[in-house]
Design a protein around this ligand. Structure first.
Ligand SMILES: NC(=O)c1ccc[n+]([C@@H]2O[C@H](COP(=O)([O-])OP(=O)(O)OC[C@H]3O[C@@H](n4cnc5c(N)ncnc54)[C@H](OP(=O)(O)O)[C@@H]3O)[C@@H](O)[C@H]2O)c1
Length: 270
């Protein structure tokens, strides 16, 4: 696991100046954690490519950050066909030094109650999307010998989770994909990190959860901790309470007890 240092500044040369002149791309950047990643990357001087579906929200983020860096917005549904060609075009055009795949779709509710199309949409956004993202953007980083790739996992991705079973399974994919890429790309100077968050205060979280769970963090805090942990290990669980939960759920409890505990947490989700 990566050390959760908090604080500021990059840990290694990989992302430090002068490479801050390379572009940063954030998929799912119109609000919440993605917007916080955009802000944190702008503070580090990276020009930005921001992707999401809502043009008005993206435009508002661009307006706010364009005093700091150049900001390009791309209004796009990451679940739609043609993502690979679209990202390849960006990679051919821009020198992309850091890439964050933040978007996710969480179909909440009974597995048998959600339409199959919803469950497949979660696979498109949370599995197919990050896979294409990594496969199209990492080659440029490897060619340069420097770069950073961030995927978003979740504490839900470490074991089965009733009522969000598909979402949890997609997050397990992201965690395992990121770990493998961490080992594979590190010798080429590319740092890969999965940020496996607990609850984060975002509009998406507020819409699904009644109130703050223990250990809930602000989005800006998670974005900073995540970027600071690049190069320090394959997986970050941001925040002490969440790290404690990870140890209890992953190492101390039998797996069936961990799933039962998840069920207590997810039964209130709407
Ligand atoms: N919040 C939490 O408590 C929490 C906990 C654990 C893990 N995470 C992970 O952290 C990440 C961000 O969470 P969040 O709470 O910030 O999510 P969110 O508030 O729902 O925001 C997701 C962002 O992704 C964009 N997006 C979603 N679907 C998209 C699509 N099909 N195409 C393009 N853009 C899309 C949204 O913009 P548009 O709607 O404009 O497209 C938005 O900017 C996710 O990967 C999530 O799994 C969050």
């Amino acid at each position: 696991m990566a050390a959760d240092a908090g604080g500021s500044g990059y840990p290694r040369e990989t992302l430090s100046s002068p490479d801050s002149r390379t572009w940063a791309i954030v998929a799912g950047a119109s609000e919440g954690l993605g917007e916080a990643f955009a802000e944190a990357l702008a503070r580090r001087g990276h020009p930005l490519v921001l992707i999401a579906r809502r043009a008005d929200r993206l435009e508002a983020v661009r307006e706010r950050l364009s005093a700091q860096v150049e900001v390009r917005i791309e209004v796009r549904d990451l679940a739609e066909p043609g993502l690979a060609a679209f990202l390849q075009q960006l990679a051919d055009e821009l020198d992309i030094g850091i890439a964050v795949y933040n978007a996710a779709f969480a179909p909440i509710g009974g597995f048998l109650e959600r339409p199959l199309d919803d469950l497949l949409a979660a696979v498109d956004v949370n599995v197919r999307g990050p896979l294409i993202f990594a496969r199209t953007l990492a080659p440029g980083m490897v060619a340069r010998g420097r770069g950073g790739l961030v995927l978003l996992g979740s504490l839900a991705g470490f074991q089965g989770a009733p009522r969000i079973a598909t979402y949890a399974a997609t997050k397990a994919f992201d965690i395992v994909l990121g770990e493998g890429l961490w080992a594979e790309l590190q010798p080429h100077g590319v740092d890969v990190l999965v940020s496996a968050c607990g609850a984060v205060r975002t509009p998406g979280y507020a819409r699904s959860a009644g109130g703050d769970a223990p250990g809930t963090l602000d989005a800006s805090d998670v974005a900073e901790r995540t970027l600071n942990a690049l190069g320090r290990g394959p997986t970050l669980v941001p925040g002490f309470v969440n790290q404690l939960a990870r140890v209890v759920m992953g190492r101390l409890l039998p797996r069936r007890a961990a799933v039962a505990l998840m069920a207590r947490n997810t039964r209130e989700l709407a």
